[in-house]
Design a protein around this ligand. Structure first.
Ligand code: TRP
Length: 451
């Protein structure tokens, strides 16, 4: 093992950091609006099915590649494939995808930070309906000074953590923020489900109506699994590369997936009971939390504080995710070009911020600049999340299942957990070799309109 490589300071270090990466805007912003637009409980069941059949096996595979090779995504694929240029290319695709996702994710993270400040200033105190909140959201996000200021602040926080490295930066930040995040979300769930009329929301989330399920919902559920678990671009691989060989991969992966899934479900229970109790509609689209929540809190006792807490929660969740994205790119540059971590994190963070400027301006000045009918923001989001992530997922499954192969994968998986029951290994190999690649391919072709 490379003795110079930093490793997690404790066994729980990896789990917290990886769960921090997974838990983010995807759970609190994206999941609830997808549930709201696609039929509530039925969508949730479909999502859970995708998590178990494709998400978990791929999480295990990604961590395994990283822990075995002890390198960044490009270096790991290079080493395990014996310098095969195709697989090196897969690693490069991962790093590029990370760059793209971080560039626009940081913009949304900046908005949530901006909303903490606006909430504290009382900007939403007198807004009575979601439409007015929507107008305010449009105004704020269209103001380039507002949105660039907060996204620049957010990137500085992200750089500040990556600068200090694996133990002092990522692990410490996750150890502090993740428990607070859980606490805040539970507080908000309790607040939500104890409101008068909360029952409608609870029913909405627990009584499935399967007629709402179709090809499109399956596709959305699938995409959400990739995005939410930080799968398909080497983030888990990179975090796995800081694991030592005496840690258990499967049980760590299960913990990460369970933590991530519970936050998504909790986010549902935080948002829908108050939403329906106040007679608002669940199908609001991507602006759901930015339009509805500021208003919702106005009709709740203690709303001023709960609103600040909510956007603080959102910002912290986003921060443990942005650090995982910047870490992938930083690890690549540090390993491959021998630049120091400190220099690399500052330079790369700056570059990614600049790449995000057109995305930030997509809500305002560049609103009418579209490619294929999508704004710059939507285009980067579509290509990276809906094309590159599933593509990366297929390659990871094919690499572990067929190219590198089970003969090498299984002994490496068992290292650190000799007591892993044989049937689990068998189920995992079937899922990773057959089920995951075939399902991803079908969904992928479907999304491109080919089948
Ligand atoms: N999973 C995070 C979320 O749900 C976002 C994220 C972080 C991500 N790292 C990633 C998404 C890597 C895809 C790939 O908000």
């Amino acid at each position: 093992m490379d003795n110079n490589r930093e490793h997690w300071g404790s066994k729980i270090g990896f789990i917290l950091a990886a769960a921090g990466s997974a838990i983010g805007l995807g759970n609190i912003w994206r999941f609830p609006y997808l549930v709201g637009e696609n039929g509530g409980a039925a969508f949730i069941i479909l999502y859970l099915l995708c998590v178990v059949l494709v998400g978990l096996p791929l999480v295990i595979a990604e961590i395994l590649i990283g822990r075995t090779a002890q390198k960044n995504p490009v270096g790991s694929f290079r080493e395990l494939s014996n310098h095969n240029p195709f697989w090196v290319g897969v690693g490069v695709l991962g790093v590029l995808t990370g760059l793209m996702i971080l560039s626009y994710y940081n913009v949304v993270a900046g908005w949530s930070l901006g909303y903490v400040v606006e909430s504290a200033r009382g900007s939403f105190q007198h807004i009575g309906d979601p439409e007015k909140a929507g107008i305010l959201f449009d105004q704020l996000s269209a103001s380039w000074t507002w949105s660039l200021f907060f996204s620049a602040c957010f990137m500085m926080f992200t750089i500040g953590i990556i600068y200090f490295g694996v133990i002092q930066g990522i692990e410490k930040a996750s150890k502090i923020m993740l428990p607070i995040l859980f606490l805040l979300i539970i507080l908000l769930v309790i607040r939500g489900v104890t409101l008068e009329g909360a029952r409608a929301g609870i029913c909405y989330l627990t009584k499935p109506d399967f007629s709402a399920i179709n090809g499109k919902t399956a596709l959305l559920a699938f995409g959400q699994v990739f995005f939410s678990l930080s799968l398909g671009m080497g983030a888990l691989l990179t975090y796995g590369s800081y694991m030592t060989k005496n840690e258990k991969i499967v049980s760590s992966a299960v913990s990460v997936v369970v933590l991530n899934t519970s936050v998504s479900l909790l986010a549902g229970f935080m948002i829908f009971p108050p939403l329906l109790a106040l007679g608002m509609k669940p199908a609001q689209g991507p602006s759901l939390i930015f339009n509805i929540l500021p208003v919702m809190f106005n009709s709740i006792p203690g709303g001023y504080f709960f609103r600040i807490i909510f956007f603080l929660l959102l910002s912290m969740a986003a921060l443990t995710s942005t650090i995982s994205l910047l870490e992938v790119i930083t690890a690549f540059v540090v390993d491959e070009f021998r630049l120091s971590r400190k220099k690399a994190s500052v330079i790369l963070g700056g570059i990614v911020f600049l790449l995000g400027v057109p995305s930030a301006l997509s809500a305002g000045r560049l609103e009418n600049f579209t490619i294929l009918k999508l704004t710059f923001f939507q285009l980067v989001d579509f290509i990276s999340a809906n094309i590159f992530l599933p593509l990366g997922g297929i390659f990871i499954a094919l690499f572990v299942g067929w190219f590198w192969g089970m003969k090498k994968a299984i002994p490496n998986l068992l290292e650190g957990s000799v007591a892993l029951p044989g049937f689990i290994v068998t189920i995992w190999s079937i899922l990773i070799r057959f089920v995951a690649p075939v399902l991803i391919l079908l969904i992928f072709l479907n999304s491109l309109g080919i089948i």
